[in-house]
Design a protein around this ligand. Sequence first.
Ligand code: HEM
Ligand code: HEM
Ligand SMILES: [Fe+2]
Length: 451
Amino acid sequence: MKYQSQKIAWWFFATCMLLFTLQLVYGFIMAFAHAGMDGLHAYIPFHVARATHTNLLVMWLLAGFMGAAYYIIPEECERELMWPWLAKLQLGALVATGVTAIIGFHFNWWEGRKFLEIPRPLDFLVVIDVLAFIANIGMTIWKGRRMTTTSMVLFFGLLMAALLYLPGMIPTDNQTVDSYWRWWVVHLWVEGVWELIMGGILAFLLIKLTGVDRELIEKWLYVIVGFTFLSGILGTGHHYYYIGTPRYWLWVGGLFSALEPVAFLGMAIYAIAMAKRGGRHHSNRTALAWSIGCSVMSFVGAGFLGFAHTLPQVNMYTHGTLVTAMHGHMAFWGAYAMLVMAIIAYSLPLLTGRDLQNSAAATFAFWTSNIGMIAMTLAFAVAGITQVVLERRMGLEFLAVQSEIEVHFWGLILAATLFTVGILAYLWVFIRSGLPVGPVDADDSAPATVA
Ligand code: HEM
Ligand code: HEM
Ligand SMILES: [Fe+2]
């Protein structure tokens, strides 16, 4: 860490840890409800738990991206952050808005649109908050001493993510039109502009952790960004198959979304190739594990498991079932949760001056959470495929099928427990690393040990 203002990132990361932990609590509430133990129903009905679980996820990932940007941008631009006070204010406002939304859900104050449940007045606060964030990093880049490809890709990813929040706010009382715009936010985020954020953060981590030349890493970044847009934009059509939109979406969506895994495969090959090429070894092996792990798990979760249900002939049966939840978990985990875990694992020793990344707890956290997530994905897959066969192929009634598949949720609870143990170990390392200190006079890109 070279700049005083990078310290702000720690507060965003601490927010991530808090919201992530709370997200898991709501995951368990739903898993038990699915297993037939819905004792909390009167206070936290399933839809409330679900909206809380997914909105907390989006909120902590956004806090993680912002923290990552506040850490990376000063270093890339070689100057202090433009307005450190604004970053603090903006974090406070983000948390206040998020907490209000979450409490609101529990009192039935919500919009009922999957992933965009936050009530409209709060949407405006989110927009203002994100604009303040964009202005802060934008001005830092503008006034900076250099403009790198990594910082530009990260910046445009964040800017476009902010702009793409707006279509979700277009008022309409038509279900199809509402669904149409909702996917501009949900799909074009995770299968479009968030991939730029992922590419930017991964490029930064690979430059620092592998010692490979910036020119080479950034050249491949362009190729991946190209693939992402080529497939991801028209790939939105895989959500337009049967919602009342024209029939040509069957072809367009099927074809282009089938190409989307290429971008994720490219990202995985890229990260592995750079790690192999880097002859030097950085001391923070755990951060490298999270970075490579992110690229590999996102290919499996988003690329492979996304492809599994993206063709219209398959999606006709799997749409909106637990097959979607299977894919959603591993995709979000691999691509975006692991990305935030990677940048935290990398920056934490530099922010706090205490390096616990080579401890047994840090290694344990990586493996246990990943094995737990793979097991969770399998549990959702078994439940999902059974649901599709019984409900969609054999025509059994929805609730009859739900009670038929209850047993698989005990498997999910077991897997989720393993996952949670891993996350608690990560949290332990985070807490033990302590509070941020002033700039540590260390060259982050220098290898601590030479192979
Ligand atoms: C990191 C990237 C990705 C993430 C985080 C992600 C996450 C999700 C989530 C949460 C949903 C449920 C959304 C909702 O119903 O509101 C979903 C749906 C879907 N995803 Fe992905 N996804 C990613 C990439 C992909 C890719 C690359 C493909 C195709 C190759 C794909 C194919 C699909 C399909 C077809 C659906 C609709 C499922 C249905 O009809 O119920 N996804 N995804
Ligand atoms: C303790 C661990 C967890 C448990 C027990 C859990 C459980 C669940 C359950 C039961 C659902 C509802 C499925 C349904 O609609 O019937 C759900 C939804 C969801 N969870 Fe989790 N979850 C956990 C952790 C996570 C993590 C770490 C992530 C992301 C990295 C995540 C992302 C999601 C997403 C995106 C959905 C919505 C899926 C969809 O649209 O179909 N969950 N979770
Ligand atoms: Fe999509």
